[in-house]
Design a protein. Structure first.
Lengths: 170, 162
């Protein structure tokens, strides 16, 4: 781990009791849901992580519990550092406080995560769907979401599928 | 050699009204300026100087559905885009035709999933399907010429709605 980053990670461990994972020089810091906004404020104001490069989520269903990780990728242009903050969220209680107070850019990213994973961001200024149609049901990037596969039409089953395929009439 | 020399001094051509109308519809067909995905790049190439679709009377792409009579659905149609495509089609004046360009518009192509309409004929009636991923400009031009053949065989009585 980078020496400059080591100090910052230590501070996070002391303040928030977070655990650390390292993978190929990438540092993942795990933070509890209720502390995420404080942690982001600390990183932004004290340690100069002025850029939220990415805000996304990952669904580890069914292997791990809690199944969702909300992932904040932070960059410091002043110190040339990146750090990844992970917030594990349980399947029953999908509420994460919004990061829009800390980083304005989180607005659309959180809408995307809410749309695709069904994770609610509390206090979000504009919690509409961003990618799917407004009347869409379900959250497509969840591992238990059906792919919506349709059987391809070949010569041997053409007529059978043709009967149930919807066609536009004028 | 123009038509005058062939006809001599007669100055009169006899034909059926139906054929004359159909002929005039084919050689000045205005497609809508409307691309959804990578097929639109090939559509642009077909319009540009190298392939030059204006040889077939289609140099004019209209940006408004009110002024166009051919819709080239160039690319995959997502479920979110489907109502928009249908509305554009409804806004076009009669007579109007549709070419489904490429595999995605024809049958969903490689995108067999929840987000993409499996063939644009689920939302609008299609006259010509052009296969390919994406189809080469020649293929699109062939599709257009095929559509012309279809239009030339149009009957007035089929177009009268009950």
């Amino acid at each position: 781990m980078d020496k400059k980053l080591e100090k910052i990670v230590q501070a996070l461990q002391e303040n928030f009791g977070s655990s650390i994972e390292e993978f190929r020089d990438e540092v993942h810091v795990f933070i509890k849901v209720e502390q995420i906004v404080d942690a982001l404020f600390l990183l932004r104001d004290k340690y100069e992580f002025e850029l939220l490069s990415a805000l996304t989520a990952s669904d580890y269903f069914p292997q791990t519990s809690p199944r969702f990780h909300v992932i904040y990728q932070l960059s410091s242009l002043a110190k040339n550092l990146t750090v990844q903050i992970r917030v594990p969220v349980n399947g029953d209680q999908l509420k994460v406080p919004t990061a829009t107070r800390v980083y304005q850019v989180a607005n659309w990213r959180e809408r995307e995560v809410a749309d695709m994973f069904g994770i609610e961001f509390e206090g979000h200024p504009d919690p509409r769907r961003i990618l799917m149609p407004v009347d869409w049901e379900g959250h497509p990037l969840r591992k238990d979401y059906p792919l919506g596969y349709e059987e391809p039409q070949f010569t041997f089953n053409f007529d059978e599928i043709d009967l149930r395929k919807p066609y536009a009439k004028e | 050699m123009g038509v005058e020399e062939k006809l001599g001094d007669m100055g009169i051509v006899t034909t059926k009204l139906e054929e004359l109308v159909n002929w005039s519809r084919t050689n000045a067909m205005w497609p809508m300026l409307f691309g959804l995905a990578c097929c639109a790049i090939e559509m642009m190439a077909a319009q540009a100087s190298h392939y030059d679709m204006s040889r077939f009377g289609m140099e004019l792409m209209r940006a408004s559905p009110r002024q166009s009579d051919l819709m080239i659905v160039a690319g995959r149609v997502t479920r979110k885009m489907a109502p928009v495509v249908r509305r554009l089609y409804d806004q076009m004046p009669e007579p109007k035709w549709v070419i489904a360009m490429g595999d995605c518009a024809s049958c969903g192509g490689v995108f067999n999933n929840y987000a993409v309409v499996q063939g644009v004929d689920e939302i609008i009636p299609v006259d010509v399907f052009v296969a390919g991923c994406p189809p080469r400009p020649e293929a699109l031009i062939h599709g257009v010429v095929t559509l012309y053949e279809k239009v030339k065989g149009d009957k007035f009585k089929d177009r009268i709605k009950a």
